[in-house]
Design a protein around this ligand. Structure first.
Ligand SMILES: [Zn+2]
Length: 175
């Protein structure tokens, strides 16, 4: 793919922004409305080394997981209730409910106002240890909103091997 082809979005912003997007390594550029096209062409051209580096990084990534959404959902429905029961008791917190969602950039989230937990559907295709880590992580947010010392102290106490599990999750491509 040449650097001459890119997808341009005009947006109210202060400077030009360039992204290389997996899995194909497509170039996406956002630019303020007033910047002439030839200027953007040149900008992209000047970044060609950086673009190539990004593309080789992308090639090293694993292909996206082929997931069977129905099977994932079923597996989560089977596993999550008992995980919640166990970990809510250990942590001394209670969420008001959980659901699965397709999320592109995270594994889970916790709304601490409604005390609801969202789990990425893809977790249904991963190892139980990773699913458990996300459930515990989100429940810990019911004690502590931010990823601060207090938050990690809880994690450390509850799941001493949380770092390995988090690294395991990071190794799974999510997009
Ligand atoms: Zn978190």
């Amino acid at each position: 793919m040449s650097t001459a082809n890119y997808v341009l979005t005009r947006r109210k912003m202060k400077s030009i922004r360039l992204r290389v997007v997996p899995p194909a390594g497509e170039i996406k550029v956002s630019a303020p409305p007033g910047v002439p096209k030839h200027f953007i062409d040149q900008f992209v051209q000047e970044k060609s080394d950086w673009i190539e580096r990004q593309r080789s990084q992308i090639k090293l990534m694993d292909p996206p997981l082929e997931i069977d959404a129905k099977a994932c959902k079923e597996r989560l429905e089977q596993r999550v209730p008992e995980l919640l029961e166990y970990w809510q008791a250990r942590l001394g917190v209670k969420c008001t409910g959980w659901r699965t969602r397709k999320m592109k950039s995270r594994w889970g989230s916790c709304n601490i106002n409604t005390r609801r937990i969202n789990l990425n559907l893809v977790l249904g295709a991963l190892d139980d240890l990773l699913l458990e880590y996300v459930v515990v992580h989100e429940l810990v947010h019911l004690h502590e909103r931010y990823h601060n010392k207090r938050f990690y102290a809880w994690l450390e106490q509850m799941l001493p091997d949380w770092r390995e599990r988090e690294a395991g999750l990071r190794a799974v491509p999510l997009y």
